[in-house]
Design a protein around this ligand. Sequence first.
Ligand code: IPM
Ligand code: MG
Length: 352
Amino acid sequence: MKTYNIAAVPGDGIGVEVIEAGIQVLKALAQRAGTFALNFKQFDWNSDNFLKHGHYIPEGGLEELKTFDSIFFGAVGALNVPDHVSLWGLRLPICQGFDQYANVRPARVLPGVKSPLHNGHEIDWVVIRENSEGEYSGNGGRVHRGLPEEVATEVSVFTRTGVERIHRFAFELARTRPRKHLTLVTKSNAQRHGMVLWDEIFYEVAKDFPDVKVDKELVDAVTTRMVLKPSTLDVIVATNLHADILSDLAAALSGSLGIAPTANLNPGKRFPSMFEPIHGSAFDITGKGVANPIATFWTAAMMLEHLGEPAAARQLMSAIEAVTEAGVHTPDLGGTATTRQVTDAVIELIKR
Ligand code: IPM
Ligand code: MG
C-alpha cells in the first residue's frame, strides 16, 4: 500500500483549528479508500515559538521538510509580530526555497453558497499566480532611515525562466479544462519593462498550445470583468502581486474567503508542494471553534490530486459539496455551524 508522508504546519490562529479538522477528514478518506495511507508529522513552527526562540524554522528544518511528500499548511501571522517578519520567516522560505513557483487558486460558488453577484453561478475560474519572483522578490532596501531624505526601493524581478515556466504551466492547466481558455493579466501599458516581457513570452508560449483560446486584459480592467461578466473568464495567469489581489476578489465573489483553497506547487516534484487555505490566521475568530474548514478540505483535495490520488480527491470534493448544499454553514457563510459540525458532516459522508 502506498504511504504518503505529510508535514502538517498548522502555524498561527485558526490555522491550528482547520488543519486539525483537515487531518481528521484526510484520515477518514484514507481509511475509506483502503488503498493508500497518510502519515502526518506535526511541526510547531509558529509565532509563539518565534517569540520564544527567535526563529520560525529551526536549524535544519527545511532539510527535514524536504523529505516529505507534501506540506499541509494552516496560516502564519500574529498580532505581536510584524506581518513581513512572520511571512518572510515561515511561508516565503518554504515557497521560494522549494521552488513552488506555481500557485493555483480555483474559485467556484459551491452548491448552497450565495455569491454577492446575481450571476455568481457563472464563476468557474482558476487564478494562476506566479509564486517565486516578481513583486515578492524581496529585492530592495532602505537608506537614511528616519531622515527626511529616506529612500526605500522595492524592485520587481522578472526572469525569462520564471515567466516562461508559469505561462507554460497555465497553458497546460487551461488545456485540461472544458473551455480551454486562458487570460493573460498584466499592466503592460504603465509598466513597460517587466510587464511587456510577460506579454511577449505569453504569446511565444501560446504557439505551442494552439488548442487553447487566449486573450489579454489589464489588471484594473479584469476586476470589472470578474464582477460584470464572470462567464467570460476561465483560467487567469498573473504576476505574484496581481494574482494575490485578484484571488481575494475571486474568493469574495465565490461567497467567502473561508472556502478558498490554494496549492503552492513545485510542478516537477523535485521538492514537496504546499497546500493551504487562503484565509490566514483570522485573530477575530481564533479559538471560538467557528472557523470554516471548507477551504482546508478543498485544499486537501488538491493535495490528494497532486499526490496521485484523484479518486479520493473527487470523493472529498463531492462530500464538501453535499455539506455546503445541505446548508451546514459556518458564520462566514451566514450559518451557525461550528468547525466541528462541518467536519463531522463531511466525515459522515466519507464513511457512508
Ligand atoms: C496570500 C496572502 C499572503 C500573500 C500574505 C499573507 C502575505 O495574502 O496567500 O494570498 O500575499 O502571499
Ligand atoms: Mg492574498
